[in-house]
Structure formats: structure tokens, C-alpha cells
Write a protein that binds this ligand. Structure first.
Ligand code: HEM
Length: 181
């Protein structure tokens, strides 16, 4: 939130100093959403990794399912759902990449970067999010704690793979920074 707050503050100070009116610019909403979306990726990966490692440990040690397992699963799903909301706002309203792609969808498919933002990123993430949700529902309904740990290991593991391969990591043709300031 800091870059956004700092930007807002400096813009207001500048506007007040010149007695000008503060003018809202839609690009600000784009850059702050992109910043939040980029940051939330780490919350998704961290909560997912903790929930997944706990389930592996629980399955191998035949440990009972505890409220902490429940909590980390909930945190993973919660950050994922928040991430998808910001992603949808970017996808539908804010991103200049999807805007260009929607103007000529067939043409965009021939461009690797536009295809990534219009199709590959969202498809991979939706698969990951669906797997995580299915895993959680199935784990809740499972008859034994051992099965609960096993289901979470499988479904959260697959969800994390789908999410990780759909992230625009540095070094890829669609590279984005690891952290935005
Ligand atoms: C686990 C879920 C997701 C993760 C971890 C994730 C991660 C990321 C990352 C790291 C970026 C690059 C941000 C940057 O430039 O700094 C990005 C951009 C973007 N994501 Fe996601 N994303 C997720 C889900 C989604 C979903 C579901 C959608 C669509 C509904 C979406 C749409 C977009 C769009 C449109 C952009 C920005 C393209 C632009 O630069 O204008 N994301 N995402």
C-alpha cells in the first residue's frame, strides 16, 4: 500500500501547493491494482506452501487434522479468492494488454505476449483456483484425518503447480518484476 499512499500524498501536496484541483487519473487505479496483484502472489504462494507442507507432514506422521490445518487452508483459499478478484478487475477493466487483445482476439492469439495475458494466465490460474477449492471441499467431507491430509496434499499440490507455471516470472518472455515498489 505504501507506494500508493505515497503517490496519493505527494499528488495532493502538489495540487494544494499550486491551488490546483486534484485530478483523479484511471492509470492510478491500474498501477495500484497491479501492485496489489503482484504482492498478493507472495501471500498466495506462502499460505499455499504452508498448507501443503502441513498436509504432507500430517499424512506421513499420521497426525490428526487440527484447527491449524483448517486455518492455513482457509488462508490459502482466502488469499486466492482476493487475488482472483483483483485479477478480474485488471482483466476486464484496467489492463491495456487485455484491452488490445479484446479488440482483435484472433489477431491477439498470434502474439505470444497478448495470448499470455488474454488466455494462458487466466486459464492456468482458474484451473489452480478450482483445484484448491475442490481439495478443500473434499477434505472437509473426508471420513478420516489421514484421507483429509492426503486430499490436501494432492489437490493443493496440483493447484500450486498450475499457479506457479502461470506466473510471469523474470526470465520468461512475459517477465514481470518479483516485487513492485
Ligand atoms: C493465484 C492467482 C494469480 C496470481 C498468483 C497472479 C499473478 C500475477 C502476476 C505476478 C502478475 C504480474 C504483475 C506485475 O506486472 O507486477 C499478474 C498480472 C496480471 N494478472 Fe494475474 N495472477 C493470478 C490470477 C489472475 C486471474 C484469475 C486473472 C484474471 C481474471 C489475472 C489477470 C491478470 C492481469 C490482467 C494481469 C496484468 C496484465 C497487465 O500488465 O496489464 N490474474 N498476475
Amino acid at each position: 500500500m505504501w507506494p500508493f499512499i505515497a503517490f496519493m500524498t505527494s499528488a495532493r501536496v502538489a495540487a494544494e501547493a499550486s491551488h490546483a484541483h486534484f485530478v483523479y487519473h484511471p492509470r492510478m487505479l491500474y498501477s495500484s491494482s497491479l501492485w496489489l496483484h503482484s504482492l498478493l502472489r507472495w501471500a498466495v504462494l506462502l499460505t499455499g506452501a504452508v498448507a501443503w507442507f502441513r498436509s504432507i507432514g500430517g499424512a506421513t506422521a499420521k497426525r490428526p487434522w487440527t484447527s491449524k490445518d483448517e486455518l492455513w487452508g482457509l488462508l490459502f483459499i482466502g488469499t486466492l479468492d482476493t487475488e482472483i478478484l483483483v485479477g478480474l478487475a485488471l482483466y476486464i477493466f484496467l489492463s491495456p494488454f487485455t484491452k488490445i487483445a479484446f479488440q482483435d482476439f484472433a489477431g491477439a492469439m498470434a502474439n505470444a505476449s497478448l495470448r499470455f495475458w488474454a488466455v494462458e494466465h487466466i486459464a492456468g490460474m482458474i484451473i489452480g483456483i478450482a483445484l484448491a477449492h475442490i481439495g478443500r471441499v473434499k477434505a472437509r467431507k473426508a471420513a478420516t484425518d489421514a484421507r483429509r491430509h492426503r486430499l490436501v496434499t494432492i489437490f493443493f499440490g496440483l493447484a500450486l503447480v498450475a499457479i506457479i507455471v502461470s506466473i510471469p516470472w523474470p526470465g520468461l518472455p512475459v517477465a514481470r518484476p518479483l516485487v513492485r515498489f
